[in-house]
Design a protein around this ligand. Sequence first.
Ligand SMILES: CC(C)(COP(=O)(O)OP(=O)(O)OC[C@H]1O[C@@H](n2cnc3c(N)ncnc32)[C@H](O)[C@@H]1OP(=O)(O)O)[C@@H](O)C(=O)NCCC(=O)NCCS
Length: 256
Amino acid sequence: MDDALDSTAYKSLETGTLTVAQAGQPPTTAPYAMRRLGLDDLAAVFTVQQYVHGALEEPSLFYPGTRELLSECLSDRGLVVGTFVGGRLVGFRSIFYPGPSADNFGHDIGLHGDALDQVAYLDRTAVEPAYRGNRLQIRMTTHAIRLATEIRPCVHLFSTVAPTNFASMKDKFTAEMQVVRTTRKYLDYWRHLFYRNLVSPLGINATTAAKVSGDNFATQLDLVEERGYVAYGIERCGANAPMISFARPGRPIRPR
Ligand SMILES: CC(C)(COP(=O)(O)OP(=O)(O)OC[C@H]1O[C@@H](n2cnc3c(N)ncnc32)[C@H](O)[C@@H]1OP(=O)(O)O)[C@@H](O)C(=O)NCCC(=O)NCCS
C-alpha cells in the first residue's frame, strides 16, 4: 500500500471527550480521537455506514455510498476523516473529487471545462446514534474541507442534503455553504444542492432576506428555483420545524 494512504501515517486531527447516550440510562462520557482515514479503514467505514443507515427512521434521508465509492474516497479521489472511541470508528465524513463527469454537480450551476476539475463534494457522513449531539459532523467537516484544499486545488465545493435533514443542513451552513438549487437526485429524491466558492464567496444581498419554515418545502423550492434566492442559515424553533434563512446572492452564482 502507498505509504501516504496507510491510515497509521495520518496524524491526529483532534482529541477530546464525547457525551455518549445510553438507552434507559444517564449519558456517560468517553475520550475520542479524530484522524484522516486510509484504505485499510474501508471495512470500518462501510460497517458504520450500514449501521447508521439501518437505524434510520426515514432511510431516504441518507443514500449510502457503494463500497467502490467509499474506496475511491479513501484513495486518490477524495479523503475521509473519522472519529474513534476506544479504537473503534463511530463516525466519518467523506470528500469526493468527481472529475469532469456528466453527473458532476457543477453542471447544475453552469460550470464547464476546467472548472469541473476543481469541484469537490462533501459526500457522505454518518455518526452512530449513541455519539450524536456532540457536533461531530461539523468538526469532521471543518477538518475535511481544510485537508481537501491542501491536497489539491479545489474551488467549487458541493453537497446535497434532503430538505428535512436539518442536522445535516446545519453542518453545511456552518461550512459557509448556500443552497443554490433544489432538484431531484439519487433515484428521484428531492435534494437541496449546497455550494461554496472557496475562492470568491457568493455572499448575500441582506435587503432581500426572508425566513421560511423548514416544513414549507413548496416555498423553498419556489424561492430557489423560480426566484433566484439562496438559503444561507437555519435556526431551531423549539418543538416546531426550524426556520431557514433565504436571500438573493450577493453576486451571480455562476462564475463569469
Ligand atoms: C447528520 C448526522 C451526521 C449529524 O450528527 P451530529 O454531528 O451528532 O449532529 P448534532 O446532533 O451534534 O447536531 C449538529 C447541529 O445540527 C443542529 N440540529 C440538529 N437537529 C436540528 C434540527 N432539527 N433543526 C435545526 N438544527 C438542528 C444541532 O443543533 C447542532 O448545531 P448546534 O450545535 O449549533 O446547535 C447524524 O444525525 C447522522 O449520522 N444521521 C444519519 C446519516 C445522515 O443523515 N447523513 C447526512 C446525509 S449524507
